[in-house]
Design a protein around this ligand. Structure first.
Ligand code: 5GP
Ligand code: ZN
Length: 117
């Protein structure tokens, strides 16, 4: 569960086998531009290690989950989203998840609506 998943799109991006517009990387995570942006700024922050979704994360992943949020905030600052931004995790079929590798969407540059669809 916690090793690279051979059929996982985002593991392939981590491995450099599929290109992405990388915005940030460190030992634990990478961030890149979403290929179908839903806002003027739409970034994805993902752990390097394959975790299927937030529902697959374990208590021992708490430092990693906190790190992902911290990187999301740092990237929002770098993209000058001082007016606000949104961080989204889609989880599972009803949560609208389409790529089964945990990722944070960081959206900004326009007013967001509530409730989300
Ligand atoms: P989900 O729907 O699972 O929450 O989000 C998956 C996101 O990954 C979508 O916003 C989708 O546009 C993005 N995505 C899917 N395939 C690729 C890809 O090959 N490259 C990049 N950069 N983003 C992708
Ligand atoms: Zn993966």
């Amino acid at each position: 569960m916690n090793v690279e998943s051979v059929d996982c799109l985002f593991c392939k991006i981590v491995a450099g086998e599929i290109p992405a517009q990388k915005l940030y990387e460190d030992d634990a995570c990478i961030a890149f531009a979403d290929i179908h942006p839903q806002a003027p700024v739409h970034m994805l922050v993902i752990p390097r290690r394959h975790i299927g979704s937030l529902a697959h994360a374990e208590r021992t992943d708490e430092p990693l989950l906190g790190h992902l949020l911290s990187v999301a905030a740092e990237l929002a600052k770098r993209q000058q989203l001082a007016k606000g931004f949104r961080v989204v995790l889609n989880i599972g079929e009803q949560g609208g998840q389409t790529v089964d590798h945990l990722h944070l969407h960081v959206l900004g540059g326009r007013a967001m609506h509530w409730p989300p669809g």
